[in-house]
Design a protein around this ligand. Structure first.
Ligand code: NAP
Ligand code: ZN
Ligand code: ZN
Length: 349
C-alpha cells in the first residue's frame, strides 16, 4: 500500500483539509498514476456538501485527473511507465453487462463505480483525485494525446468530466454542421460544450442568466448569446433550436426552455439540482418534444473526445490554484465566479 497526501472533507459540509490516504498495491491490470492536476467540478461540491444524499467521510473528491504512469501491473497492455494519462468520473463497472459490452460503462446495469465516494468491488471506498497518486484499472484510464501535453495539460484536465459530459450528448443527438444547439449555463461544463459544439459545426446559442460572459461566449464559438431574463430575446428564439443542453446546477423553469425547441427537438438535462424537475405535459406533447438526460460517457467515447479536442485545439479556460485555496474556490464556483474551471496543482496537496 502507498500512503499519499490528499485533500478531503472530514464530515458533510466541512471545509476540506489535508489528510493521508492509502492507495492499493498495483494489481495485474492496474495502473498507478502520479497526479499532475485535478479539476474542480460542481459535482465535487454537491457531494461533499451532502446535497446528493449520505456519503462516507472523510471524502477526497476529484474526478478530472491528469498525470503520468509510475507503475503498471503484469497484465497491463495499454500503458507503460511515463505515459501521460487521464481518469474521469468512474474507476470500475461490472465489465460484463450489455452496457459495459457496448463500451457504455457509464450506464453499467450494476451501476458504475464512481472515482470517489463509491464502494468498489473490493469493499473499499474510492477516494478521488485531490491527491498525489491514484491506482486505477487500465480500462478506466485514457491516453492524453500529445497535442494536449506540456503547457496545455492543466487546461486539458477538465475534459475528463466537463468535456465528455458535453461531447457524449452532442454526438448521441447527431450534432453536425448547421445543427442549432442551445446551451443553458456557461460554467465549467457549458463553456467546454460551446467549444465542442462549435467545432462540430453547430450554430450555438448560449442561454445564460446574464450577459456578463457574452464576449467570452462569442470567442468560444457561439453564434448568439442571450440573457434568459430578456423576454424579447427569448421570444425571438421560440421554436428555433434542434437540441438544448441544460448544464445549470439549480432548478430552472423548464417549460420556458422547451418552448425554444422546434418540433421533434430534445432538451437534455445534465445538471443535477436537488429538487425534482417540473414540466407541463403540453410543453412536450404540442410538438413531439423530448426531455432526456445524459451521464458522462463511456470509456471508448472518452478517448474519442480527447482525440477530437486535440485535433481541434480545444481545452478548458482555467484558473490554476494550490490545494490550500480549494475551500475558497468552492464558494466562488457556487457564486458562478469562476472563469471557467478551477484546476489544482497536485504538487501542492
Ligand atoms: P458550474 O461551473 O457551477 O456552472 C453552472 C452554470 O449554471 C453557471 O456558470 C451559471 O451559468 C449557471 N447557474 C448557476 N447558478 C445559477 C442560478 N442560480 N440560476 C441560473 N443559472 C445558474 O457547474 P458545472 O461544473 O458546469 O456543473 C453543472 C451541473 O452539472 C452540476 O449540477 C453538476 O453536478 C452537473 N454535472 C452533471 C454531469 C453529468 O454527467 N450529467 C457531469 C458533471 C457535472 P450562467 O452564468 O451562464 O447562467
Ligand atoms: Zn464532474
Ligand atoms: Zn456493467
Amino acid at each position: 500500500m502507498l500512503n499519499v497526501a490528499a485533500y478531503a472533507a472530514p464530515a458533510a459540509g466541512a471545509p476540506l483539509e489535508k489528510i493521508t490516504i492509502a492507495r492499493r498495491d498495483v494489481r495485474a491490470t492496474d495502473v498507478q498514476i502520479e497526479i499532475d492536476y485535478a479539476g474542480i467540478c460542481h459535482s465535487d461540491i454537491h457531494t461533499v456538501r451532502d446535497e446528493w444524499g449520505r456519503m462516507t467521510y472523510p471524502l477526497a473528491p476529484g474526478h478530472e485527473i491528469v498525470g503520468r504512469v509510475t507503475e503498471v501491473g503484469s497484465d497491463v497492455t495499454k500503458f507503460a511507465v511515463g505515459d501521460v494519462v487521464g481518469v474521469g468520473c468512474m474507476v470500475d463497472s461490472c465489465r460484463r453487462c450489455p452496457a459495459c459490452t457496448d463500451g457504455l460503462e457509464n450506464y453499467c446495469l450494476d451501476g458504475n463505480i464512481g472515482t470517489y465516494g463509491a464502494m468498489g468491488y473490493d469493499g473499499e471506498m474510492t477516494q478521488g483525485g485531490y491527491s498525489t497518486h491514484v491506482v486505477v484499472e487500465e480500462r478506466f484510464v485514457v491516453r492524453i494525446p500529445e497535442a494536449l501535453h506540456g503547457d496545455r495539460l492543466a487546461a486539458a484536465t477538465p475534459l475528463l468530466c466537463a468535456g465528455i459530459t458535453l461531447y457524449s450528448p452532442l454526438r448521441h443527438w447527431g450534432v453536425g454542421p448547421g445543427t442549432k444547439v442551445g446551451i443553458i449555463g456557461m460554467g465549467g461544463l457549458g463553456h467546454v460544450g460551446v467549444k465542442i459544439a462549435a467545432a462540430m459545426g453547430a450554430e450555438v446559442t448560449v442561454l445564460s442568466h446574464s450577459l456578463a460572459k457574452k464576449d467570452d461566449g462569442l470567442r468560444f464559438g457561439a453564434a448568439r448569446y442571450v440573457a434568459t431574463t430578456d423576454a424579447e430575446a427569448m421570444k425571438a428564439l421560440r421554436g428555433s433550436l434542434d437540441l438544448i443542453i441544460n448544464t445549470v446546477s439549480v432548478n430552472l423553469p423548464l417549460d420556458d426552455y422547451l418552448a425554444l425547441l422546434r418540433y421533434d427537438g430534445t432538451l437534455v438535462e445534465l445538471g443535477a439540482p436537488t429538487n425534482p424537475l417540473e414540466v407541463a405535459g403540453f410543453s412536450l406533447i404540442a410538438a413531439r418534444k423530448a426531455l432526456a438526460g445524459s451521464c458522462i460517457g463511456g470509456m471508448p467515447e472518452t478517448q474519442e473526445m480527447l482525440d477530437f479536442c486535440a485535433e481541434h485545439g480545444i481545452v478548458a479556460e482555467i484558473e490554476q490554484i494550490n490545494a490550500d485555496q480549494i475551500n475558497e474556490a468552492y464558494d466562488r464556483v457556487v457564486a458562478s465566479d469562476v472563469r471557467y474551471r478551477f484546476v489544482i496543482d497536485a504538487k501542492t496537496f
